[in-house]
Ligand binder design. Structure first.
Ligand code: HEM
Length: 312
């Protein structure tokens, strides 16, 4: 009879294997025949949206991340108990109108062909490129899920109050390594966060950020909660390695950010990225492709939604 240890090893292998098989079902040329203009349509729309408002690039990148703790477009679904209502998402996720606009253009070009989950994956890549970051080939062929769970988003997405161990665990639960997590966190080189998410950092942890940010983020809970500050004040809308350079100066905005350079096991990697932008870009790109394969629905499962906000 197999020992518990053998059974565990065998199940772990099976899990690894199935994750690999799922992403193997995606391909970079998935729409070449069925919707040859799909990638151009998404790219132009993202460029226009970022041109109109630089922050939109950050918001679209984050939408894909939050979708990708199961990349099936579920983050876009409306509903009383959908992911949109989860704590990390409510009054925080942005960019839904841009996705609606892209979807409408794609429906005109090739009806019910390009999934909402794939739109998010391509828009994330195009956003990073529009803000000066690296590019990569996006694997395509995800189908859209039909359900969306507020509870799952609440339990699976990492909180800004997380310590390093919790961050490693949250990403590990989705098949991403600690090293993937450190590289992906570099996404916080763009975009903004609300006071409610970094108040504790200003008043309980650091003087480095405090004096400049406290006026817009008062100590009293409930005052100025939605006032925003850039995650990387040095170069807010450039996708570069300043996120890590800020960490070296104890200027991570979120508690979870500074956990990557706080005397723990992530320090060496964060330090490397602070002085090696090309190395960060390489690892970020690889980790984005890996993240984009989490929990994807392919083949004849799921559906291609007509409207990203509701299942057909
Ligand atoms: C490591 C764990 C992470 C935590 C705890 C975290 C948490 C947060 C929080 C609290 C905000 C601000 C939200 C608000 O105040 O409304 C934020 C913003 C953002 N996050 Fe993360 N995040 C993490 C990882 C990631 C990853 C992996 C990506 C993408 C690959 C990402 C992309 C972004 C972007 C681009 C923004 C700015 C969005 C905007 O300006 O609209 N984050 N994150």
């Amino acid at each position: 009879m197999a020992s518990k240890k053998q059974t565990f090893a065998c199940c772990a292998m099976a899990l690894l294997f199935s994750a690999a098989i799922v992403s193997a079902q995606l391909s970079t040329d998935f729409y070449d025949d069925t919707c040859p203009d799909a990638l151009d349509i998404i790219e132009s729309a993202v460029r226009a949206a970022v041109h109109k408002e630089s922050r939109m690039g950050a918001s679209l990148l984050r939408l894909h991340f939050h979708d990708c703790f199961g990349c099936d477009g579920s983050v876009l679904l409306d509903g009383a108990t959908s992911e949109k209502n989860a704590q990390p998402n409510m009054n925080s996720l942005r960019g839904f109108e841009v996705v609606d606009d892209i979807k409408a253009q794609l429906e005109d070009a090739c009806a019910q062909t390009v999934s909402c989950a794939d739109i998010l994956a391509v828009a994330a890549r195009d956003s990073v490129v529009a803000l000066g970051g690296p590019t990569w080939d996006v694997e395509l062929g995800r189908r859209d899920g039909t359900t969306s769970s507020e509870d799952a988003a609440n339990s699976d997405l990492p909180a800004p109050t997380s310590d390093l161990g919790d961050l490693i665990k949250a990403f590990g639960n989705k098949g991403l390594s600690a090293s993937d997590m450190v590289a992906l966190s570099g996404a916080h080189t763009i975009g903004q966060a609300r006071c409610v998410n970094f108040r504790g950092r200003l008043y309980n942890e650091t003087a480095t950020l405090a004096s400049s940010l406290q006026p817009r983020c008062p100590r009293q809970a409930g005052t100025g909660d939605n006032n925003t500050s850039p995650l990387d004040p040095a170069t807010s809308y450039v996708f570069d390695n300043f996120y890590y350079r800020n960490l070296m100066l104890n200027k991570g905005l979120l508690h979870s950010d500074q956990q990557l350079f706080n005397g723990g096991s992530a320090d060496a990697q964060a330090k490397t990225y602070a002085s090696d932008m090309a190395g960060f870009f390489d690892d970020f790109r690889d980790a984005m492709v890996k993240m984009g394969g989490i929990g994807v629905v392919t083949g004849s499962s799921g559906q291609v939604r007509l409207n990203c906000r509701k299942a057909n």
